[in-house]
Design a protein around this ligand. Structure first.
Ligand code: NAD
Length: 343
C-alpha cells in the first residue's frame, strides 16, 4: 500500500515487536516510530519532525490534549491503540476536523478474564495465602474466603467486556443483575441476567464490576452516596477507568470496612503510580492529585485490595489483535473508508 506522500504517520509508545507489523502494513518512508509517549517525543525532538505528520497512533499513556495535538499542524487522524479514548480531547478534534478511531473489540474476553481473576484473587484470599506460604507458614488459619455461587453480582455496562464477564459469572452460578443506558434485551434472555437501575445494583449486590467508558456523565459513578447505599462488605472490581470511582470515598470505604475488598486494574491519576518520580517532575501537581496518589499508594498495600498496573488488556493474543486492528483503521482511513470512528 502506498500513501502517495500524502499521509505521514507517527506512532508513539511503540514496542519493538510491533515494528514488524507496522512496517508490513505501511511504507517505511511514511512512518516514524517512537518508543516514548507523545509528550516525551515532543520534548525530545524538534517541531520539524512532526510538521508533516497527518496520522498519529498512541496507546493510553499519551496525553492527547489540545496542548500536545496543537504541535501537529497537519493532523487529520488519530488511531488510538485502545478501546477507551478518554486520553484524547475529542472536542478539540471535532473543532479541527480530526477523526479519531479506537479498537473496540480486541479485549472482550481478555479484560473480562482479568476482572474475574481479580475477583477470584480477592474472595479466595490468594495474595495473603501465597505470601504466607512464601514465609514458610502452611497454616490456613484466618484465610477463610467465600463462594461465588449464588452471590448477587451487579454488572455496570453490558457492552463487549461486560457481556463476557456476565457469561463467566453465570458459569460460577452467580445471580447477575446489570445496568446499562442501552439495554440489550436479547442478551438479557440469552445470558439469563436481569437489567435493573443503579440504585438497585448498589443496594443488592455482593459484588459490583464496572464495564463502562469514562465520560463526563460517568465520572465518579461510584461516589460516597453510592457507597452509602451498598451492602457492608461489598466487593468492587474496576477494570474500566479510574475516574469512575471517587478514590477518597473508596479509600474511606475500605478503611471503615464498609467495602470488603476492591480489585483495581485502573485507578485515578494512575500515571503517578506508574512513575513515582512524576511527583517531582509534575509542575501542576495540586493537593487533590497528591491526595489521590497517596490514597492509591496506601490502598495498594492493603491485604483486601488487589491492584494491577492497568494490565487487563495485556495478553499476547490481545496485543496482536490491537496492532492489527489499529493498522486496518489507518489503512481504511487512507482509503477514504474510515472504520471504528468514535469522533
Ligand atoms: P463497549 O462500548 O462495548 O461497552 C460499554 C457499555 O457501557 C455500552 O453497552 C454502553 O451502552 C454502556 N454505557 C455507556 N455509558 C453508560 C452509562 N453512563 N451508564 C451505563 N452504561 C453506560 O466497551 P467495552 O469494550 O465493553 O469496554 C468498556 C471499558 O473498558 C472501556 O471504555 C475502557 O475504558 C475499558 N477498558 C479497559 C481495559 C484495561 O486494560 N483495563 C482494556 C479495554 C477496555
Amino acid at each position: 500500500m502506498t500513501m502517495n506522500n500524502t499521509f505521514k504517520s507517527a506512532f508513539f509508545e511503540v514496542k519493538d515487536w510491533e515494528k514488524d507489523y507496522i512496517y508490513k502494513a505501511l511504507p517505511k518512508e511514511d512512518v516514524i516510530l517512537f518508543g516514548e509517549t507523545l509528550e516525551e517525543a515532543l520534548r525530545l525532538n524538534t517541531s520539524e519532525v512532526f510538521a508533516n505528520v497527518t496520522i498519529i497512533s498512541t496507546f493510553i499513556d499519551s496525553d492527547c490534549s489540545k496542548k500536545t495535538l496543537e504541535k501537529f499542524p497537519q493532523l487529520k487522524f488519530i488511531a488510538t491503540r485502545s478501546t477507551g479514548y478518554d486520553h484524547i480531547d475529542l472536542e478539540y478534534c471535532k473543532l479541527k476536523g480530526i477523526k479519531v478511531s479506537n479498537v473496540p473489540n480486541y479485549g472482550q474476553n481478555t479484560v473480562a478474564e482479568h476482572a474475574m481473576a481479580l475477583l477470584l484473587t480477592l474472595v479466595k484470599r490468594i495474595p495473603e495465602s501465597t505470601e504466607r506460604i512464601r514465609k514458610g507458614n502452611f497454616s490456613a488459619e484466618g484465610l477463610t474466603g467465600y463462594d461465588l455461587k449464588d452471590k448477587i453480582i451487579g454488572v455496570i455496562g453490558t457492552g463487549n467486556i461486560g457481556k463476557n464477564f456476565i457469561s463467566m459469572a453465570k458459569g460460577f452460578n452467580m445471580n447477575v443483575i446489570a445496568f446499562d443506558i442501552n439495554r440489550r434485551v436479547e442478551l438479557e434472555e440469552e445470558l439469563g441476567f436481569t437489567y435493573t437501575d443503579l440504585d438497585y445494583i448498589f443496594a443488592k449486590s455482593d459484588i459490583i464490576s464496572l464495564h463502562i467508558p469514562y465520560l463526563k456523565t460517568t465520572h465518579h459513578i461510584i461516589d460516597q452516596k453510592a457507597i452509602d447505599k451498598m451492602k457492608k462488605g461489598v466487593v468492587i472490581i474496576n477494570t474500566s477507568r479510574g475516574g469512575l470511582i471517587d478514590t477518597d470515598a473508596l479509600y474511606i470505604g475500605l478503611t471503615s470496612k464498609k467495602i470488603g475488598a476492591a480489585g483495581l486494574d485502573v485507578v485515578e491519576e494512575e500515571n503517578f503510580i506508574k512513575e513515582e518520580l512524576q511527583f517531582l517532575k509534575e509542575e501542576e501537581c495540586d493537593s487533590d492529585t497528591l491526595k489521590i496518589a497517596l490514597e492509591n499508594q496506601m490502598m495498594s498495600n492493603m491485604s483486601n485490595v488487589a491492584m494491577t498496573p492497568h494490565n487487563a488488556f495485556n495478553t499476547k493474543e490481545a496485543l496482536v489483535r490491537i496492532i492489527k486492528i489499529t493498522l486496518e483503521n489507518i489503512l481504511e482511513y487512507v482509503d477514504n473508508n474510515p472504520v471504528n470512528i468514535v469522533s
